[in-house]
Design a protein around this ligand. Structure first.
Ligand SMILES: C[S@@+](CC[C@H](N)C(=O)[O-])C[C@H]1O[C@@H](n2cnc3c(N)ncnc32)[C@H](O)[C@@H]1O
Length: 198
């Protein structure tokens, strides 16, 4: 029998809401980046949940969410509401694009009113996973009114991302905590706004 493609299998597991099998089967798969750059372990989702609870975060807005697979899994694993923003609506609507696992919020590259208003809610946490657009990152941060930022990305791995999990993201932000995802050299870094910066 022919082996199933990662895409087809993940879509089937998604239909069964079986996020555990998705991360366990595919975290090391050579084609995993077609759908998502990191496949956290169960304890990593728990790390996010506990910290979001401790920091009083209500929901996560993921910027540059791609297929939205990570965002869907975070929601399934933690019950935290998660939405995702992407650019280039025509690409995501075309038949060659990867499948999507959440409804994408399509933003314009120069931030539009709708996206800015999403960044203004004080209880929202913003997430950047393998984001790769420095000028856009700075624009999102300038308009962000919440107190928590999560950066997921590689550290000492020879893969370009911007922001990186441990770069200086501005003097008003302190690194609260971080965790490596398995032994992947991918890290979840959680930043909080300094108390005296508002
Ligand atoms: C390397 S991909 C990472 C996708 C996904 N987060 C993941 O981990 O698989 C970076 C994504 O950021 C998106 N992106 C780039 N500039 C953006 C912007 N200004 N606003 C929102 N998304 C943007 C790209 O379209 C791309 O899907």
């Amino acid at each position: 029998m022919q082996k199933k493609e990662i895409k087809e299998d993940v879509i089937e597991l998604y239909g069964q809401r079986d996020w555990r099998s998705i991360v366990n089967k595919y975290h090391n798969h050579p084609d995993r980046n077609k759908l998502l750059w990191v496949f956290p372990a169960e304890e990593d989702f728990e790390f996010i949940r506990l910290n979001m609870e401790k920091l009083g975060s209500g929901e996560i807005l993921s910027i540059g969410c791609g297929s939205g697979l990570l965002e869907w899994m975070i929601h399934e694993a933690t019950d935290i509401p998660v939405s995702g923003v992407e650019v280039d609506g025509s690409w995501w609507a075309c038949k060659y694009a990867p499948p999507t696992f959440i409804e994408l919020i399509i933003a314009s590259p120069a931030l539009d009113y709708n996206t800015i208003s999403l960044l203004k809610k004080p209880t929202t946490t913003i997430l950047f996973c393998y984001f790769n657009n420095g000028p856009a990152f700075r624009q999102y941060m300038e308009n962000f009114n919440g107190n928590v930022v999560i950066i997921i990305g590689p550290h000492s791995k020879n893969v370009y991302t911007c922001p990186e999990p441990f770069e200086d993201i501005g003097k008003e932000w302190d690194l609260h905590t971080s965790k490596e995802i398995r032994d992947s050299k991918d890290f979840i870094a959680i930043y909080v706004r300094c108390l005296d910066s508002k």
